[in-house]
Each structure stands twice: as C-alpha cells, then as structure tokens.
Design a protein around this ligand. Sequence first.
Ligand SMILES: Nc1nc2c(ncn2[C@@H]2O[C@H](COP(=O)(O)OP(=O)(O)O)[C@@H](O)[C@H]2O)c(=O)[nH]1
Ligand SMILES: [Mg+2]
Length: 348
Amino acid sequence: MPAFEALQTVPRSEELVDKAFSRAARAGRAKSGVEAQESMLITAANILSDNLENVVTGWPDFDAVDPFYRDLADAVCRDTEGVPGVDALRQHLSEVGWASRQVGELRSEYQGRIRRSDPETARKVRKQAFARFADILDEVEGDLLALGEAREALKTLPDIRADEPAIVVAGSPNVGKSSFVNAVTNARNETASYPFTTTQIRVGHLERDRIRYQLVDTPGLLDRPAAERNGIERQAVSALTHLADAVLFVVDASGDCGYPIEDQFALRDELREQFAAAEASDAADAETGGADETDRGVPVVTVCNKSDRSRDVEADAYMSVTEGENVDAVLDRLVEAVGYEPELPFDE
Ligand SMILES: Nc1nc2c(ncn2[C@@H]2O[C@H](COP(=O)(O)OP(=O)(O)O)[C@@H](O)[C@H]2O)c(=O)[nH]1
Ligand SMILES: [Mg+2]
C-alpha cells in the first residue's frame, strides 16, 4: 500500500510515559543536585516530543495522496461518531502534533525554573513538570489509540497502485468474474483481500507489452445495486471509481447466474454513471496534465461470458472462460480501452 507503507507502529500513551520517565531516571542517576533534575527533565521531554512528532510525520498528507487512497482510508478507518475516516485521522494527528509542541514548550519553561532553584526545589519543580507531561499524554491517549488502529487497518490493505493501470471487474453474481480474473492472472498467488466487513477487493496482475495491469475483482461490491450498499461499501466504490482506467462488465445471457438480463444491464448503467461522474471530478481536480482524458469517462466494456451456453444479448465481445474461448481477445480489448501510454522521457 504505497501511500501508507511508511507508517510505523503507533505507541500508546502509557508506553511513552513509562519509557520517558525510566530513561529520565537513568539520566538523573548519572548526575547530582540541580543538574540531575535538569537532565531528567530534558531526557523525558525529548523522548516524549520526538516520539509524538514521529507519529505525525509518518502519515502522508491527505490532500496530496491520490483520491483512491483517501477514499480507501475513509472506508477503512471509520469513526464511531460517523466522522469520515480521513477527517478523523487529521484531527487525531493535529492533537498529537499539539501534544509534541506542548511538551517542548514546557521543557523550556521548566528548564529555566530548575536552573534558578536550589537542589531541593529543583526536584519539586521537575516533578511538577513530569505531572504535566503525564497529563498531556493522557489527553492524547484516545488519539494515539485511534491512529494505531487506523495504521493496523491500512497496513493490511493489499498492494493496489493508483499510478498503475487498473481494470475493475463488475457484473452480477455468478456471471464468471472471478473465473475470468483467475484465468488471466496468477490470481491465486497475487490476490489479497481488503478487510471490509461484508465485501472484499481482490487484485491480480497481468502483463502486456511490458506494462503491468491490475485486475480488480470485487465480490459483494460491484455486483449489486447502489441502493444495497452501506456507507463503507459506498466509500469503497468511490475509491474504485478513482482507481479504474476501464471497467469490464460481465453479463451472463444463459440465465445460469440467476439474474435476469434486464437487472444485469440496469446494474451496468448505474455503474457507468458512477464511474463517469468520478472521472469528471478527477479531471476537474487535476490542474495540469491528463488533458486528453477530461472528456472521456471510464470506458465500460460489456462482455457476454458463458458464450458456450448463450450469446443472446448485445455486447462488445463474447467469451467463454471455462472453454477458453475468445478470452485473449477480450483482454486485448480491455488493454485498448485503458489506452495506457507510459510516460516516455523525451515526450513533449
Ligand atoms: N458454462 C460456463 N460456465 C462458466 C463460465 N465462466 C464461469 N462459469 C461458471 O459460472 C459460475 C460462477 O463463476 P464465478 O467466476 O464464481 O462468478 P462471479 O460470481 O461472477 O465471480 C462457476 O460455476 C463457473 O464455473 C463459462 O464461460 N461458461
Ligand atoms: Mg466472484
């Protein structure tokens, strides 16, 4: 998960306080009198403010990450009060940043006071400072916990790359989506699941003309009407609309899948609208570049699978995954629909 791969384990408040105070005690034992108290203060304050700052700097700037990752973070990191994940994360990060700076300010304030004190008073002043450090860490206890949970959730996401071409596979249940993905990718080795409660996203890879394409299968997500999706699922779909360079919509005219063809096409039309809307907003977001993409929605390629059973429907192509019929031609068509041009060093 490129945007989040730099995330380190987030320490808990209690852990940080224990670590800071025990190192401080050790530092204090090496000296005596006022100097010992000052050394304890500086050691504890530095450990706390550095560790808190490190928590903050490990996170990407959410305004700068690809909207795919932002929407995914929204989906994965839910706030109990329904605050979208990224907004909640931003809030937690700003609290932790505040705590780091606050500790730094107290360090300066108390260092001055300790230096002006006799050894006995210095000890009391240093203890006061430690109590205030502990209070600050108490205040951000929940923020650190939430960031830790978010980090765990984001870390388990499979490696989907927003900057590599992606084909998203959709269509009613049992039309043959997973069969297709398994047939054309080394899906068994390469897939990973997203931990959404009711749905998964699986990604397989294939290579054409030395370009790697991601094939994204979404059991339980892009196989039913939008009205049946919950909040997290809508968020996940939104992420996919940013990711997709083309949509493969699989239909089954045989009736084997159990969904009437009208329902299958209604789903396709709904998805086409959703993916077109996202493309338009992505294009509006982009200040420069990608100019030739602005008026092109995400192409939706409709493919009738199970052609060994029935071809009685209008589609862009027909194939049978189980019979291995026309599968390569469908892939060619998808690659063409993606229209990915790798950036060449000498291109204008
Ligand atoms: N006859 C026939 N059956 C197929 C074909 N492709 C897939 N199937 C079968 O359709 C069923 C559902 O396939 P699956 O890939 O799980 O569908 P998904 O729910 O869309 O992922 C499985 O029993 C497959 O073996 C095909 O081209 N012809
Ligand atoms: Mg499937």
